[in-house]
Design a protein around this ligand. Structure first.
Ligand SMILES: Nc1nc2c(ncn2[C@@H]2O[C@H](COP(=O)(O)OP(=O)(O)OP(=O)(O)O)[C@@H](O)[C@H]2O)c(=O)[nH]1
Ligand SMILES: [Mg+2]
Length: 306
């Protein structure tokens, strides 16, 4: 995807978030003739209302304020560009591409609570990596939810990628073990593992993921190469607490933010980067296989604030 196309599609997906944030900023800025204390107070309130967390808002305001002071800036119109620069800096600091190992297969373990978009995202990733001429295989290790295996297999058929599965209720560890063997013997470049989002309790869910991760590590040195947490952008600040729980138990190496379309809470991206320092690696913005892209801080900020 060229940068121009990505920008257009992200802009489309982030329309509501952009309105939420840009209009708030524009209204505040247009009411001030010079930069004084009260403009910062209003911007602070505006950013928090636009669902950028308190800590991140305070950090942003402080760094923008220092820049304004250093540059002796008095035109309020300049504040927006300065905020954009600071946002890009926050995102760039924790920005990092996906890891691909020299000798295959590279293994990605996908985790996240129910309904965030794991299975759909895996289909999109498989489609994207196929387009990069990689040989992809999927492991259907959500054996818990009814029809989860069929859903993953259907996606596999649609994007033309082999899905390794067992029957419902089977041990996910056994599915993962077989998938690793299959990926190795068939010379796959990538194995993406779908996991359950719902268990009897959320404690069980995390414990199950820890178990799966151990099976992977035992079966293949160096794997999983990425533990990717899928978060639903529409849940806003809730996503943050999910990320903390999964990260503490599993060591999340990257975040995939799904459902950026149809949320006014795209500002959550800043909170995640600033407060968790876990890199955002991919963003999802629709239900079709093409609706996934690598996360580009500058392009993202351009789509979020105008
Ligand atoms: N609008 C929009 N919908 C999405 C996106 N990603 C996933 N969805 C939808 O979200 C719903 C749940 O997606 P799944 O991929 O099944 O989520 P999951 O995390 O695998 O769910 P469980 O397996 O139940 O834990 C589906 O209806 C998807 O079409 C996205 O980026 N945008
Ligand atoms: Mg699923």
């Amino acid at each position: 995807m060229t940068e121009k196309i990505l920008l257009d599609r992200l802009k489309q997906a982030l329309t509501r978030s952009r309105r939420n944030l840009s209009e708030t900023l524009n209204i505040i800025i247009s009411r001030f003739k010079s930069v004084d204390e009260s403009i910062w107070e209003e911007i602070e309130e505006g950013l928090i209302l636009a669902d950028i967390g308190v800590a991140t808002t305070l950090y942003l305001i402080e760094s923008a304020r220092q820049k304004v002071a250093r540059g002796r800036i008095s035109d309020p119109q300049r504040i927006k560009d300065i905020l954009k620069e600071e946002c890009t800096k926050i995102l760039a600091e924790s920005s990092q591409g996906l890891y691909f190992s020299e000798v295959g297969p590279t293994v990605y373990l996908m985790v996240g609570v129910n309904g965030v978009g794991k299975t759909t995202t895996i289909a999109k990733m498989a489609h994207m990596f196929k387009g990069e001429n990689k040989k992809v295989m999927i492991s259907a290790a959500d054996t818990f939810r009814a029809a989860a295996i069929e859903q993953m297999e259907n996606w596999g058929d649609r994007v033309g990628v082999e899905v390794v599965s067992h029957h419902r209720g089977a041990d996910p560890g056994a599915v993962v073990f077989d998938s690793l063997k299959a990926a190795q013997s068939r010379g796959s470049d990538l194995l993406i593992i779908d996991t359950a989002g719902r268990m009897h309790t959320s404690h069980n869910l995390v414990a199950e993921m820890v178990k799966i991760k151990k099976v992977i590590a035992k079966s293949m040195g160096g794997a999983p190469h990425e533990v990717l947490l899928v978060l639903d952008a529409t849940t806003g600040q809730n996503a943050l607490s999910q990320a903390k729980i999964f990260n503490d138990a599993l060591g999340v190496t990257g975040i995939i933010l799904a459902k950026l379309d149809g949320t006014a809470k795209g500002g959550i991206v800043l909170t995640i980067s600033n407060e968790l320092k876990i890199p955002i690696k991919l963003v999802g913005f629709g239900e079709k296989v093409e609706d996934l892209a690598y996360f580009e801080p500058r392009v993202f900020v351009e789509s979020l604030i105008e």
